[in-house]
Design a protein around this ligand. Sequence first.
Ligand code: CUA
Length: 339
Amino acid sequence: MRRVAAVLGLALAAAGCTGRQSALDPAGAEAGAQFDMMTLLLGVCGIMYLLVLGFLAMAIWRAFSRRREAKGPDTAPLVPGPERGLQLTLTGWTGLILAGLLGLTVATFLVDRGLTEPARGEPLHVRMTGNQWWWRVEYPDGGPSQQFETANELHLPVNRTTVLELNAADVIHSFWAPNLAGKTDLIPGRVNRLRLTPTRSGVFRAQCAEFCGLEHARMALDIVVETPAQFAAWQARQRTPSPSVVPVSAARGRDFFTTRACANCHHVGGAEANGRTAPDLTHVASRRTIAAGTLPTTRGSFAAWIADPQGIKPGANMPAVPMTPSELNDVVDYLETLR
Ligand code: CUA
């Protein structure tokens, strides 16, 4: 019974280490190197810790047994006299500790150097800008017709290095995708570079890791790692403008969107909406979440978010634009065509 409980406990503990936002479940070369380094440090330090505790226990046990043997008042000296071989043992242990520390220092240096090395091959470039409280994601490679922008969702090809150029529009944010790499800050007026080489397809979650104001906790980012073919298809889709022909209600929604406050802040490719201060919505319905990981992309989420953004994300810069229920319905119909 006890054995079953132990196995169950271990399984539960191991299950807590995996997942789409876990540094203990690396899915990239950089996170893998850091995980290996951590395992090495933990292993060496763990063994040393157990040895120290073992020797301490041994010393305590010997002191007690000596006192018991002495019978009567304890006359043994507190510090024992010189023992044969003691000096040799001490020298040996000091040497071992020094060699271990030196080994760990060299290993840390090499891993650290490896992480900051320039990317090999032809890397993909992605420019990412932190905003209160969302992520602007731009793909600047290729000519002007090849460039595009999205928000709150980063797509990466598997087994190819991507260089993220991190910058911030307002305050300091921090990019942290634990499955792929360590944290890197996004600082206004400065570009920090971070290399990512995903080695496994899947959907991972990144989170802003630097307190940046009221909605810091609701500043998440989905990272979709795909095969090169899937990534190329996604890129091609992102480069297309929004559809010009849409159902009647969606066309009414588009008229509302482009003639009212929405278009002042949001950009929609192919429509008369050229705002730059809020997320690009050209393909918003194709993303997994809206409002930077706050709600899953559904019709209900769109309606709730537009009707009461401050109720869902208090402090966000999105205002509630006055509209009737039927206008809201039309605008949601329109957003759903932005796939
Ligand atoms: Cu952005 Cu915290």
